[in-house]
Structure formats: structure tokens, C-alpha cells
Design a protein around this ligand. Sequence first.
Ligand SMILES: Cc1cc2nc3c(=O)[nH]c(=O)nc-3n(C[C@H](O)[C@H](O)[C@H](O)COP(=O)(O)O)c2cc1C
Length: 217
Amino acid sequence: MNDPHASNHPRKFVLGVSGASGAAYSLRFLQAMLEQGHEMHLVVSEYGRRLLFEESGIKHLTIEELAPGLAGDAGVRSRLFVHPDKDVGAVIASGSFLHSGMAILPCSSTTLGQVATGSGSNLLCRAAMVTLKERRPLIICHREMPLSLIDIENMRQATLAGAVMCSPNPGFYLNPRSVEEIVDFVVGKVMDLLHVPHSLKTRWESTLARPATTMPS
Ligand SMILES: Cc1cc2nc3c(=O)[nH]c(=O)nc-3n(C[C@H](O)[C@H](O)[C@H](O)COP(=O)(O)O)c2cc1C
């Protein structure tokens, strides 16, 4: 079934990357969103940069390193904006900057707590808190296991404030054959929550359901 809220029109989105495991999710999400024609505003926390390096070898936040397959596309290059995490004067720190939603992918327990309590002072947290106050979609992909009551209470608080908790928690009912398919499953769920059409494999199709007209009487 098609998402009635989905739009193929190019839109602006914010991606926050914090210091939780899952660099592959961030990179795939960024690539898929840019390929769909969207303008992406990226902010990476200090430990997010550490994660991008540890898990994907990324040293510089350039299109060549973040999305090498798209680096030759001038249109894509013009649609990727990277904001320094210390610059709380960046456009995404202001509610006057209109965008269609933000994902924190992956989200550490630290960033979750800061967003939930409104205590973060870096640009990633500021952009997230602005997204909440402006009542725009904020998708928080918190990665940690197991969870302390502090994490659970922070999730509750963030949910009450309007965020959607979407832990990177892949289903296996589509029988993934590769890590890439598992990553795509999570990324596709996040794109669904932002109402971005995609063709990533996320949908269960029951073999039992048939159109009513073909059912035996
Ligand atoms: C290699 C590595 C992996 C980490 N993985 C996680 C994780 O999965 N979840 C988490 O909450 N913190 C994780 N951490 C710890 C956070 O990076 C740390 O708490 C940091 O203060 C988070 O800061 P940030 O939220 O501003 O990025 C990891 C740290 C490192 C170095």
C-alpha cells in the first residue's frame, strides 16, 4: 500500500550522527536520501566522528568519503550541507529554517538524554530540540543494549515531546542474505517515518492474503 503522506517532491532533511554504533546506517541513509533528490543537512557529534572513523574509516566529512558513489554528481554535491557540531549558529539551529524532519541515526544514550532533558549544548542536540519545538518529525534511532531505566525514561520523555523512537532493530522475516540488506531494512523504516518513498526491502507480504473476489465461497 502506498503511504498517503509520502511526497516525491525534493525536500530538506537533517541528519544527526552521534557516537553510537551504526555508521553503516548513517551512510546508507544519507546516500539513499541524496539519491531521492533531497537536500541533506548533516551534523556529526565529536563522538559521531569517532564512530564514522572506527566503523567506516571516514576521516573527513566530504561527499567523497561520505557517499563516494555520488561524488561525481554535481547536483548531489550541491544538496549536501555539513554543519560543524560546535556551530550552534548554523541554520539548522533556528526554527526559522524550514525542513521536513530530522533523524538521529544512530543516537547514543548521551544524545538521547540530552534531547529528552533539553540539556544538550552542541548543534546536533540544538537542531533536535528545535525540530521538536517546531512540531516537525524527529526520528531517534537509539542504539544500546541492554537498556537502563534512565534510557527508558529518556525514551518516554522524548516520545511525550513528539519524537518517534525507532531503534535500529532489524526484522529477519524477509530473509536477509547480507549485512547490506539488514542495514537497508532499518534505513527503509526511517525513510517511511519521514514519508520518503523508497524501494528498499522492508515490507512483509503475506502469502495468505488474496483479493476478496478470488476467495473461495
Ligand atoms: C567505538 C564506540 C562505540 C560506541 N557505541 C555506543 C553505542 O552503541 N551506544 C551508546 O549509547 N554509546 C556508544 N558509545 C559511547 C558514546 O560515544 C559516548 O557516550 C559519547 O559520549 C556519546 O557522545 P555523543 O552523543 O555526543 O555523540 C560508543 C563509543 C565508541 C568509542
